[in-house]
Design a protein around this ligand. Structure first.
Ligand SMILES: C[S@@+](CC[C@H](N)C(=O)[O-])C[C@H]1O[C@@H](n2cnc3c(N)ncnc32)[C@H](O)[C@@H]1O
Ligand SMILES: O=C(O)C(=O)C[C@]1(C(=O)O)C=C[C@@H](O)C=C1
Length: 254
């Protein structure tokens, strides 16, 4: 997206070079500098992201119910929110995007306004652990749960399951960890090769790895499935995997 700038001012730099030069090993945060380059960063960092986004539209269309609420928790710039919006055929549905990064929400408003679908979107700049959830048919956590403190995850998922109507779903995409050390090493190497193929240098890959180490906590597929079932969902289906990135569909029975 190009924003209009006063004459003579350089256009905004939207390519992710945040980790290209040596920097202090601070924890990764979704601040203004990340929000500025985020579409480029996530596309070049998450294998399958460019497939998962349009599939969120397809899945939403399958499970959305008339008169229900749909939630995109950790909406960032609204890529997943817009996919959901395009999959909702009912004008009596309400769609909410929630993110606690004001830098993300400010830019998200702009992207939502540029999209011409008529369904209103309500953006909430708040902690998804506190956000009100009710009468839900489709909820999305697209690479967001991994940033929530592990000890808060079970209660959040139970709250989502409780708020979900019979027949409704949670779309959960996550970076995962493998129980076998050998598989963990293979999948990590392949993920890093994906980043290299997308133009990231070894320095960028290693500095980003250090920055996310304490804030992005991946869990195993088995741990995710077990917790989703314990939270109140009746079925969990893996509908996508590329290397160590997975997307699941947790379904509440009719
Ligand atoms: C990887 S991004 C999500 C990408 C987005 N769903 C998409 O499909 O493009 C994770 C987002 O979750 C948000 N986030 C992390 N923890 C949160 C919390 N406790 N409450 C609200 N938002 C949170 C971050 O600010 C960030 O924008
Ligand atoms: O695992 C990595 O190396 C990543 O860069 C992944 C990841 C993510 O999964 O959200 C981490 C932070 C940014 O949001 C973009 C991508």
């Amino acid at each position: 997206m190009s924003e209009s700038k006063p004459p003579g001012q350089a256009p905004e730099q939207t390519t992710d070079r945040l980790f290209a030069t040596q920097r202090r090993p601070d924890d990764f945060r979704f601040d203004a500098s990340v929000a500025r380059v985020f579409p480029d960063m996530i596309r070049r960092s998450v294998p399958g992201y460019t497939t998962i986004i349009p599939m969120i539209e397809v899945i939403t269309e399958q499970y959305v119910q008339a008169g229900s609420n749909c939630y995109d928790l950790g909406c960032s710039l609204g890529a997943s929110t817009l996919a959901m919006r395009h999959g909702i055929p009912y004008q009596d549905c309400r769609l909410f995007g929630v993110d606690n990064s004001s830098a993300m929400i400010e830019r998200c408003e702009h992207y939502i306004a540029l999209d011409d679908n008529p369904l209103p979107v309500t953006l909430r700049c708040e902690d998804l652990l506190q956000t009100e959830l009710s009468n839900a048919s489709v909820t999305t956590l697209n690479f967001t749960l991994q940033f929530v403190a592990p000890e808060a995850r079970a209660q959040l998922l139970a709250r989502i399951a409780e708020a979900t109507r019979p027949g409704g779903v949670l779309i959960l995409s996550e970076k995962i960890h493998f129980e076998s050390e050998q598989e963990q090493n293979i999948q990590t190497r392949l993920h890093h090769e994906f980043k290299r193929a997308n133009g990231y240098s070894d320095l960028e890959i290693s500095q980003k790895r250090t920055a996310i180490e304490r804030v992005l906590i991946p869990e195993s597929l088995a741990a995710h499935k077990e917790r989703l079932l314990a939270a109140g969902f009746n079925d969990v289906v893996v509908w996508y995997q590329c290397f160590n990135f997975v997307s699941m569909l947790a379904i509440k029975s009719d």
